[in-house]
Design a protein around this ligand. Structure first.
Ligand SMILES: *Cc1c(COP(=O)(O)O)cnc(C)c1O
Length: 384
């Protein structure tokens, strides 16, 4: 396949990023050094959290958070069906059961009413995912957590920077997990971070993150002695990755402003097309990360399906995507948990309608306009 004219996602990498990564390489201290430590400190400050532990993925961060909350075989964890598999996969690492929850059609976020229906004595944790960076109804989720004594882990893979009703999200849960995968709001290539305000959980996650070893690896402690305190994991970040993270962090606000402007432009250009349902913009005092701009197509008003539309767009050089095919429609979750489409009517319905348009800091205004005019042309041609 030839390279699409307008790719769906692209990381923003500039000379400053390259200089800092190169500096890490030249220092010959390649892992768990000052870059990692500085990245954690500065990230914690940026999200208003007390403790930040960097990991080599958000999936690893979710795993560490579940470990800190002592999730065990036989426990249930509420996970939205409208998410990436990593959210549920981390639960499986604990031999616990991911209990899927339907989404709201307008926000694509977890439906707290359906979540409450699925709570039993076995339910220990709820993992809201802020889809596209639109904050979930955290008030409702916190009420559930209080009423049924559940812990909350936020999957904030898309949600940076994000505020819920003016509040930085990390204060709303026991742990919050971020992703620095190539296409996420800021990137380290692969990487993640778990943020908590609980000192004991933070200490445990830090130890588990690197083989359960007792001492701080970057204390440059020259003593050859250390103790293994737990059966840990190899989840740490390299200095090169942390250097990229530090450099990206400096540009996070600028990245967000660019995404916000692109979202506004899409909204302005597409709001008069009746076959398109625009993404929920969030509450007035929310900060939406705009990691994705996901529209819904009124497919019953069109002669083509969403997938046919995707192919026509691709032929015209515009790459789009789907977030997501809900977990309950995937063979693994169907085979192991017996889910059927009608168990999750909202997610099943919106799955046929959702279409994520290109959005990233380097996307030009002109390109957004091309996406919009092409999309409107196709819709006009195929409207019923
Ligand atoms: C990308 C993503 C993850 C996984 O992040 P990694 O850093 O690749 O492990 C988890 N949850 C959601 C919602 C994501 O989009």
């Amino acid at each position: 396949m030839t390279k699409p004219l307008i790719p769906f996602q692209l990381p923003s990498i500039d000379e400053d990023d390259i200089v800092l990564v190169t500096q890490a390489m030249r220092s010959k201290w390649l892992t768990m050094g000052k870059m990692v430590s500085d990245f954690e400190t500065q990230f914690a400050q940026k999200v208003d959290g007390r403790y930040a532990i960097s990991t080599n993925s958000c999936t690893a961060a979710l795993h560490l958070a579940l470990c800190a909350l002592n999730i065990k075989e036989g426990d249930d964890v509420l996970v939205p069906t409208m998410t990436f598999t990593a959210t549920a996969e981390a639960v499986l690492y604990m031999r616990a059961r991911p209990v899927l929850v339907d989404c709201q059609k307008d926000t694509l976020n977890m439906d707290s009413t359906d979540a409450e229906r699925k709570i039993t004595k076995k339910t220990k944790v709820i993992i809201p995912v802020h889809v596209a960076g639109l904050p979930c109804d955290m008030e409702a989720i916190q009420q559930l957590a209080k009423r049924y004594q559940l812990k909350i882990i936020q999957d904030a893979a898309h949600a940076f920077p994000t505020k819920y009703r003016g509040i930085p999200i990390v204060s709303l849960s026991d742990a919050t997990c971020f992703s620095f995968y190539a296409t996420k709001p800021i990137t380290t290539g692969e990487g993640g971070m778990v943020v908590t305000n609980d000192e004991i959980d933070a200490k445990q996650m830090k130890i588990l993150r690197l083989h359960g070893i007792s001492r701080d690896p970057w204390s440059r402690n020259l003593s050859p002695h250390y103790d293994i305190l737990e059966a840990g994991f190899k989840y740490n970040l390299t200095e090169m990755a942390a250097a990229l993270g530090l450099s990206q962090l400096k540009k996070a606000d600028l990245f967000w402003e660019k995404r916000f402007r692109i979202a506004q432009l899409y909204t302005q250009e597409l709001k008069m097309t009746p076959e398109i349902i625009l993404p929920h913009p969030g509450h007035l005092t929310d900060q939406h990360a705009w990691h994705l701009y996901t529209i819904r197509l009124k497919t019953n008003a069109l002669k083509i399906t969403r997938d046919e539309l995707i192919n026509i767009l691709l032929e015209k050089g515009i790459q789009t995507s789907i977030h997501w095919k809900p977990l309950h429609l995937h063979p693994f979750y169907q085979k192991n948990y017996g889910f059927t489409p009608h168990h999750f009517p909202n997610a099943t319905e919106v799955f046929e309608q959702i279409l994520s348009l290109p959005i990233y800091p380097d996307l030009k205004e002109q390109e957004v306009l091309i996406v919009c005019s092409t999309l409107k042309e196709i819709i006009q041609k195929y409207r019923l």
